[in-house]
Ligand binder design. Structure first.
Ligand SMILES: [Zn+2]
Length: 287
């Protein structure tokens, strides 16, 4: 059955190449028309009309603005913290040039966009990571934006909905990128301690320091079908443990089977599911 073929196959450099090649700088070569699962060629406009999902069910990547516009009520998204941008804390060689290419490729200033919106009339704070900006890697700007969003949500007693896609911590910022794991987690904890709801939707790929921090800290964790979800890359783990990994390792289906993911939700159903979850949890405040 063509629909199931893609589930257990590695389909990106992260899963095949392991953590060392995880920081994909550009997705320009990624097939946008030809489906890696059923090999059908689909015009981009047709794909866009179907939320970038092939007729066989394969989920292509989606940029952050497309995603926010597909999930939120028309005209409701108000962007926040877009003035928080790139810094080069350790003066990493060539980093500035890479940032410029990422900006040109993604048309975004950083690896995440944040703001407030309504989804089926339900208010929330929302963030979506950007796969075309250094694969949504987390540097100081991404960490600061996510933290600021959670602080805003805590102050205004709002739920947070987050779409993750990331190659992990941004190595060009060294230790400062790793610090973002603690910083974002602190903000998530304060939001949680205030009794507020946080929903994450893991998309392909969610890996490294982002998986090890805010991506897996949601009260409810959803994932897209067949997304790569993991910490270190499969090859690195295999080389370290010298043992073969189980079939389907680091897919969202595998993660659900092992209790890390609550449900796998197709992109077409996400808006309805998110709205329902927000409705249940947003109303708790009124009770
Ligand atoms: Zn297909």
């Amino acid at each position: 059955m063509a629909f199931l073929n893609f589930r257990l196959q590695p389909k990106n450099e992260l899963e095949k190449g392991g953590r060392t090649s995880a920081l994909i700088q550009s997705d320009e070569s990624e097939p946008e028309k030809k489906c890696p699962n059923c090999h059908r060629e689909t015009p981009l406009s047709e794909l866009a009309g179907n939320l970038n999902v092939c007729t066989c069910g394969y989920h292509f990547r989606m940029n952050s603005r497309q995603r926010i516009s597909a999930m939120t009520d028309k005209g409701s998204f108000k962007e926040m913290f877009d003035d928080v941008t790139f810094s080069d804390p350790i003066g990493f060689p060539g980093y500035e040039g890479k940032i410029e290419s990422a900006k040109n490729l993604s048309k975004e200033k950083e690896g995440v966009i944040c703001g407030t919106a309504t989804i089926g009339g339900e208010e929330c704070c929302i963030f979506a990571m950007e796969p075309y900006f250094m694969m949504g890697s987390m540097g100081t700007a991404v960490g600061e934006k996510i933290t600021a969003l959670f602080e805003y949500a805590t102050e205004h007693k709002m739920s947070v909905v987050g779409f993750t896609v990331s190659g992990g911590a941004r190595m060009q910022e060294g230790l400062f990128s790793l610090l973002q794991m603690a910083k974002t987690s602190g903000a998530v904890k304060r939001h949680s301690d205030a009794g507020l709801f946080y929903l994450t939707i893991l998309t392909d790929p969610t890996t490294g320091g982002v998986t090890a921090s805010f991506a897996m800290e949601g009260d409810i964790i959803l994932a897209e079908p067949s997304a790569t979800v993991g910490f270190a890359g499969a090859r690195v783990i295999e080389q370290t443990t010298k043992k073969p990994l189980p079939k389907g390792f680091q897919t969202s289906e595998f993660m659900m089977k092992h209790g890390f993911v609550d449900a796998i939700v197709n992109r077409q159903k996400q808006r309805t599911v998110i709205r329902h979850l927000l409705k249940v949890h947003n109303r708790r405040e009124d009770a």
